[in-house]
Design a protein around this ligand. Structure first.
Ligand SMILES: NC(=O)c1ccc[n+]([C@@H]2O[C@H](COP(=O)([O-])OP(=O)(O)OC[C@H]3O[C@@H](n4cnc5c(N)ncnc54)[C@H](O)[C@@H]3O)[C@@H](O)[C@H]2O)c1
Length: 250
């Protein structure tokens, strides 16, 4: 499963699943562009990638600002090269009961998880992948795109939207030989879930729903990302692959 000679761009690469995906892609031979809001976090991921002997470009970007994304892609093309693989991992959640959801919380979650992800796909797809008629996009969705999770109305809606965007982009862009897939993890211990999984009652609820009886690791998710990025998955597009230990089969 070699990704040698490929350039991969990972959003949300400063921590969690984005960081693990970037490092796994580098281990398979890809050079990396890291997008995220906090340069110090990106630098830590970047150091690990450089120590693997891969090239790495850090680019602080807020994915909710589409005009910045387009400019950032131009800069990458000029300074680093064309983008072969895009992994959209930047995402947020604000757990709240449905009756307490504020407009601000709605906007933050939807702007990041849906609008940001879509315009990352559009910028990279249109500017770097379509002209060359090649490219692979992997969206980090969630089991929340498929099953209801309490206190996560907006988050579940956002991930349902990610699954549908994945299918529509796969359908529209097949003519450009661009594959678009998603990975849908169950709970993974990352900064994103630290507080919620420290609540023992919630942790028990999570574990009781996973037939394989363990949480996913960021590396479990990164392994699926690497497979979808590689030529071994050449005939797979529009798929939402669960990495959920069986949560969504029952
Ligand atoms: N951790 C889990 O249990 C879990 C489960 C299923 C899906 N996911 C999804 O995986 C993805 C990554 O989550 P994680 O667990 O690694 O969380 P994380 O908080 O460790 O990483 C998310 C990263 O996205 C960055 N980010 C947030 N908003 C951004 C913005 N506007 N612009 C640029 N970067 C931004 C954050 O700074 C952070 O580094 C998310 O899309 C999340 O919904 C996580």
């Amino acid at each position: 499963m070699s990704l040698s000679g490929k350039v991969a761009l990972v959003t949300g690469a400063g921590s969690g699943i984005g960081k693990a995906s970037a490092i796994s892609l580098a281990k398979k031979g890809a050079d990396l562009v890291l997008w995220g809001r906090t340069k110090s976090k990106l630098s830590q991921t970047g150091e690990e990638i450089l120590s693997l002997g891969r090239r790495c470009l850090l680019y602080p970007v807020d994915v909710t600002l589409p005009a910045d994304l387009s400019k950032a892609v131009q800069d990458i093309q000029k300074d680093f090269g064309e983008i072969d693989i895009l992994v959209n991992s930047a995402g947020v959640n604000i757990p709240q009961s449905a009756e307490d959801v504020t407009v601000d919380a709605w906007n933050i979650i939807m702007d990041t998880n849906v609008k940001g992800l879509f315009f990352c796909c559009q910028s990279v797809g249109k500017q770097s992948m379509m002209p060359r008629e090649k490219g692979v996009i992997i969206n980090i969705s969630s089991q929340a795109g498929k099953v209801a999770l309490p206190y996560r109305a907006v988050y579940c809606a956002s991930k349902g939207a990610v699954d549908q965007l994945t299918r529509v982009l796969a359908y529209e862009w097949a003519k450009y030989k661009i594959r678009v897939n998603a990975v849908a993890p169950t709970f993974v211990e990352t900064p994103f879930t630290e507080k919620m999984l420290n609540d023992l009652e919630f942790r028990e609820f999570v574990m009781s729903n996973i037939p394989l009886k363990r949480l996913a690791t960021a590396e479990d998710v990164a392994n699926a990302v690497c497979f979808l990025a590689s030529d071994e998955s050449n005939m797979i597009t529009g798929a939402v692959i669960p990495v959920d230990g069986g949560w969504t089969i029952h």
